[in-house]
Write a new protein. Structure first.
Length: 391
């Protein structure tokens, strides 16, 4: 087989890249190691910056998003039993939208299949070859048969555990990582939302987050140990802890209990691989970077990567040479490190560090108190939360 761009990974990054290229008349083949059912049903983050919504709209992939997405113009920081609203739209003129990542994937898969464009699920043994040549190849096994795809460019959109980053030559990458000494125990529950906007709660027992997927499907998180045993967390214990950490000084927590339909533990890490390009292989999304979910930047960073890569590929195929592709990594990383800073800051400010002392506790509270009591402080948080401009 032969195509212009070979895309490894059918998550939001790979599928959106394929769609944006399709609209520009650039051919691609998308390979995914998992099944269609798997990628469409795994629950992931669902907070979209305005720029992400704009790009999905430009890609023709946002009709359902605009019908079903939940627009948020603010969020609440809760500490000391008091709630403090950060008016995002009032401060920035922008808002964020709640719309599950798996819903974005469903919309993009449907577009791809309706177009009859190549999308291969359950591709086994994917490998890349000749990335330093002008004609790299991707090989895989499909229904027991060996397949090979020659292309001009390979886009590695296969996530943190994919094969693309490991396909860089030895010594070509610099890795930057911070693993946090806690994790999130997350549940999805059939219950009314705690509040119409997100609540980020700092509590002496640990962090808690109240968010949502639909008006009657609530997503809730508790700070826990990285090695937490889910068997030690029956429903009653989860609800008791959520009530405690989201409690208000005037009594009650606003938490409405319901049937828990999913639970899991999410590790917390910051990770960046530099550069995001080796020869004709370009990384995008989680293949190149991971952020702790506190700042809600993961999928939004992936969309920004893809937007920049699309522009560079459009210039390449328009005959303007390799300059834009050569600048892709630096352009992405400038944005990525700002998002890493914000995510680290939110994580450090809101979580309990077991190794911390009373001084650190007081500093965290003072930081929150400053943010919520200063327009400049609120604006700093708001500008980063809604998303920095795409240059």
């Amino acid at each position: 087989m032969r195509t212009q761009v070979g895309i490894i990974g059918a998550g939001p990054a790979g599928l959106l890249l394929a769609q944006l290229l399709h609209l520009r008349g650039i051919e691609s083949v998308v390979l995914e190691a998992r099944s269609r059912d798997h990628i469409e049903t795994r629950i992931r983050a669902g907070l979209l910056e305005g720029g992400t919504v704009d790009i999905l709209t430009a890609a023709g992939a946002a009709d359902r998003l605009h019908r079903e997405g939940m627009l948020h113009e603010g969020l609440e920081l809760r500490f000391g039993g008091e709630g403090h609203r950060i008016p995002l739209t009032e401060l920035t003129g922008k808002h964020v939208t709640i719309y599950g990542q798996q819903e974005v994937v469903k919309d993009l898969v449907a577009l791809r299949l309706d177009q009859g464009a190549p999308l291969v699920f359950e591709a086994g043994g994917v490998a890349v070859h000749g990335i330093d040549s002008g004609r790299p190849r991707i090989t895989w096994v499909e229904n027991g048969a060996a397949r090979s795809l020659e292309c001009d460019i390979i886009a590695g959109c296969d996530g943190f555990h994919g094969i693309c980053r490991d396909s860089f030559p030895p010594g070509a990458l610099s890795l930057y990582e911070r693993v946090y000494p806690f994790a999130w125990l997350g549940i999805l529950a059939e219950a009314p939302n705690v509040h119409h906007e997100l609540i980020y709660a700092r509590h002496e027992r640990g962090f808690a987050l109240a968010t949502m997927r639909t008006p009657m499907l609530t997503r809730l998180y508790l700070q826990c140990r990285p090695d937490e045993d889910l068997a030690a967390w029956p429903d009653a214990r989860i609800w008791k802890e959520l009530h405690a950490r989201l409690a208000r000084r005037d009594g009650g927590s606003q938490v409405k209990e319901g049937r828990i339909v999913q639970r899991g533990v999410t590790a917390m890490r910051s990770f960046v691989a530099e550069p995001m390009r080796s020869g004709r292989l370009f990384l995008a999304g989680d293949a190149a970077h991971i952020v702790p979910p506190t700042g809600a930047k993961g999928m939004n960073l992936a969309v920004a990567d893809v937007w920049y890569l699309t522009q560079a590929l459009e210039a390449f195929y328009a005959g303007r040479g390799m300059a834009a592709l050569d600048g892709y990594s630096a352009r992405c990383l400038a944005r990525i490190w700002k998002a890493q800073r914000f995510s680290w800051w939110m994580t450090s400010m809101l979580h309990r560090f077991d190794a911390g002392d009373a001084f650190e506790h007081k500093v965290q509270v003072a930081e929150l108190d400053y943010i919520c009591g200063s327009e400049a402080g609120m604006r700093t948080l708001a500008e980063n939360y809604v998303g920095l401009p795409l240059d």
